[in-house]
Design a protein around this ligand. Sequence first.
Ligand SMILES: [Zn+2]
Ligand SMILES: [Zn+2]
Length: 255
Amino acid sequence: MLTGTSKLVRWLSPPCCLICKEVHGGQRAICLLCEMKLPQNTLSCRQCGLPLSTKIRRPSTQGPPSERCHACYRHPPHFSQTLAPFLMQTGMRELIQLWKFRGQSQLTPLLAALFESAAPFEYTRSLPESAVLVPVPTQWRRQIRRGFDHTWLLAEALRWQLPDKYEVKPWLQNTRYQTPQHQLNRRTRIQRGADRFVVHRGVAGRHIILIDDVMTTGSTARSAAAACVKGGAESISVWCLARTPPEDKTTDALR
Ligand SMILES: [Zn+2]
Ligand SMILES: [Zn+2]
């Protein structure tokens, strides 16, 4: 509910949508039309969230597809499921860049709400008792430059939608100072080793939900999940806002 002062501020300076820049009457930082047009990741690999092509889906006469991409079929990651309801494309890309690289941490609740509304209900409402949200950390120098820890804020905002028993824990530590992931090419990202994270002993026996903003090659999630397995985690899944579509369309065959 808006207060009198808030109503006056809105009347004097009506909000512009962060994506299309048009004035709108909604309560959110983006207009309803832009929200409806956000790129959804509707058909994706159940294990890594990679968008899958409908054209090469197996005919129904051959039974249901396993809904896994080639990469997960050949080299399965340690996480069993990825929930990435959006694609890193127009709309979501602008929002994430404003949030992450322009210091607009106030967008965190909006991004969490968009995730919640787009994610399948059963994913977030049927979590194991042992589930715990663990943000994938960035290197501390980058956090200082950014002014906030974006994955921690996102994890906290997502937790508000869950029952009280679920917590956010800083159980992963990023040990290396490296070139930021978004400045690297795909091959270099994949070549990064699996030992860049150390894990807290609390992960033992727990269902770990890794929280990240974007999954591109999946190498960060694979490394983080490998560290959790080393620490004795019972199972691992990944929640992220958006998945980057593959550069090579031939990689998205269903197996
Ligand atoms: Zn708009
Ligand atoms: Zn996959």
